[in-house]
Each structure stands twice: as structure tokens, then as C-alpha cells.
Design a protein around this ligand. Structure first.
Ligand code: SF4
Ligand code: SF4
Length: 283
């Protein structure tokens, strides 16, 4: 089963939920946790340890100046502005290239080949006996988060129970993370901003046809607006974590709520059972 943990807004406690779910479930069965927040992965802070890292590359065009007749077709084709054909040379801007391969196809002279360039890494560690942590990390300056997320997810493709920790928001990296998920846990907090972003995130998962439920984090007990929204949109509120300075301190120290307070393990196990139930997976 693949469960994504997402939020429309950063700082809601999404990684806290993903980390505690993975930790608690791994006490009883093998779990893989994939950090898909590749611009700012942070799950390794909860689960430190040695990791094996491999590069993620994409193919980008290489131009054969001897074969090129400067016809301009590649520059006209590239929708990303990565190629400009001047009167005496071709300018290529690799940071704009999305590796679509189209320029190779339109070049009438066969003057374009491809060469791999690194855009990030995927690291794999085993911080606990039954927990595998896969971390995608986008290289600084690279705009292509999606292929790194895809590479990180691919490392866990055949694993039986996988949690994806998404980046916040509703942009392409979130879509890539959610793709193929059986269920999505939407983490929010009961503020006007939190509710606004929950609405956006709920729209995305509904549009993708992924069943979802909600965790309210840092609740001050005044959750009526969020509860009303969830009721109106048939979203079950699966767990509420109260605002607590000690909980915040635990997280800030890179510790896990369910390790420091084992009584919370039962609630995270119940959250997982709820995910299976709402996803239509037999208990
Ligand atoms: S591979 Fe695609 S995005 Fe990259 S330069 Fe060629 S046409 Fe543009
Ligand atoms: S399409 Fe090929 S031949 Fe034409 S400018 Fe581009 S690389 Fe040169």
C-alpha cells in the first residue's frame, strides 16, 4: 500500500505525521518512507544514519557544430527557451531544458545527441531494523524536482508498505508524489491560512481520484471551520494533535512523538487502520 502525506501549506507538521506513522508501523512490519520533498528533505533528521547515495541524471542535448547548418528548427521547437539559434552558433541553456528529447527529433541534420547531466541524488538508509528511508535531494539551482521524486519513488516501487512525504503546496512535485498513491493524509492546522490551503490540496487529491482524510495538527481546540469544511466535503478527520509546547520541542530536537510518548503509537496505528479502511483495503 502506498500512502502519501501532503499539505497545502508548509509547516503544518506533515513530516512529523509521516515520520511517526512510519516509525510506529515499522515496529511491527517492514516500512519504507520516501522523502519526496526534494527541495528541502528533512526526514533524515528524525532517522539519522549512514546512507548510500546515487546520482539522478537526465539526458540533455549536445550539439555537433560540424553537422549543424543553423536552420533554427530546434530553437523554434523548444517550448522552454533552452535553445537559441544565432546566425553563427547555437546557444543552449541547460538549466531551462526539461529533457523532452524533442529537439533531437526535429533536427534534420542529426546534429543533436544526448548526454546525461546530474540534477540530484537519491539516498537509501536503514535507520531501524524494519525501516528503509529513501531521500530524494534536488541539486541547488536545478528546477527539475519531478524526475528526482520519480527516481526516489522508483526505489520503493515494489515495497509492500510505503509512505510518501510530499512537498507542501499543490504544484507539479506534489502531483508527482501523489501519482499512484492509494490514499492521501492531508495535514492541516486550524488557521484561516491552513483552511485555505487545505481546500486547495483537497481539490487536487479529489481531482486525481485519490481517497483522502485529514489530520489536524497543533489544534487549539477551535477547529469548527476545518471540521465544517471536512464535513461538507466528505473528508474524515482521522486524528487531531493538540498544540503542545513539549510536542513542538520534541520535533525541533529531531525526536519522534511516538518514541518519546509511546502512548501515541496506538493513535498512529489507528490512523493507519483508518487509511486502509477509507482506501477500501481489507484490514
Ligand atoms: S530536450 Fe526538449 S526541453 Fe531540452 S532543449 Fe531539447 S526541446 Fe528543449
Ligand atoms: S535543428 Fe539541428 S541543424 Fe538545425 S539549428 Fe538545430 S542543431 Fe542545427
Amino acid at each position: 500500500m502506498k500512502i502519501a502525506v501532503a499539505s497545502g501549506k508548509g509547516g503544518t507538521g506533515k513530516s512529523m505525521v509521516a515520520a511517526n506513522l512510519a516509525y510506529t508501523l515499522s515496529l511491527a512490519e517492514p516500512v519504507t518512507l520516501v522523502d519526496c520533498d526534494v527541495e528541502e528533505p528533512n526526514l533524515h533528521l528524525f532517522f539519522p544514519g549512514p546512507a548510500e547515495s546515487t546520482d539522478v541524471t537526465i539526458p540533455v542535448p549536445v550539439f555537433d557544430t560540424a553537422a549543424c547548418d543553423l536552420c533554427g528548427k530546434c530553437g523554434e521547437f523548444c517550448q522552454f527557451g533552452a535553445i537559441t539559434v544565432l546566425r553563427d552558433r547555437v546557444l543552449f541553456f541547460p538549466e531551462l531544458c526539461h529533457s523532452c528529447g524533442g529537439c533531437l527529433l526535429v533536427c534534420p541534420k542529426g546534429a543533436i545527441t544526448e548526454s546525461p547531466v546530474r540534477i540530484g541524488t537519491v539516498s537509501v538508509s536503514i535507520p531501524l531494523p524494519s525501516l528503509i528511508l529513501v531521500t530524494g535531494l534536488l541539486d541547488t539551482g536545478s528546477p527539475l524536482a519531478v524526475p528526482v521524486i520519480g527516481a526516489a519513488k522508483a526505489r520503493a516501487a515494489t515495497h509492500p508498505l510505503v509512505f510518501y512525504d510530499s512537498s507542501p503546496g499543490t504544484a507539479c512535485p506534489v502531483i508527482e508524489t501523489l501519482d499512484g498513491s492509494d490514499f492521501c493524509v492531508l495535514v492541516t492546522e486550524s488557521t484561516p491560512f491552513g483552511l485555505h490551503d487545505l481546500e486547495l490540496a483537497a481539490d487536487v487529491v479529489a481531482g486525481m481520484g485519490i481517497p483522502a482524510g485529514v489530520v489536524i495538527n497543533r489544534s487549539d481546540g477551535e477547529d469548527e471551520a476545518t471540521l465544517d469544511f471536512c464535513a461538507e466535503h466528505d473528508l474524515e478527520v482521522m486524528m487531531t494533535v493538540p498544540f503542545d509546547r513539549e510536542f513542538a520541542a520534541i520535533q525541533n530536537q529531531g525526536c519522534l512523538l511516538c518514541r518519546e510518548h509511546p502512548e501515541w503509537q496506538e493513535r498512529f496505528r489507528a490512523l493507519y487502520s483508518g487509511c486502509r479502511h477509507l482506501a477500501g483495503v481489507s484490514p
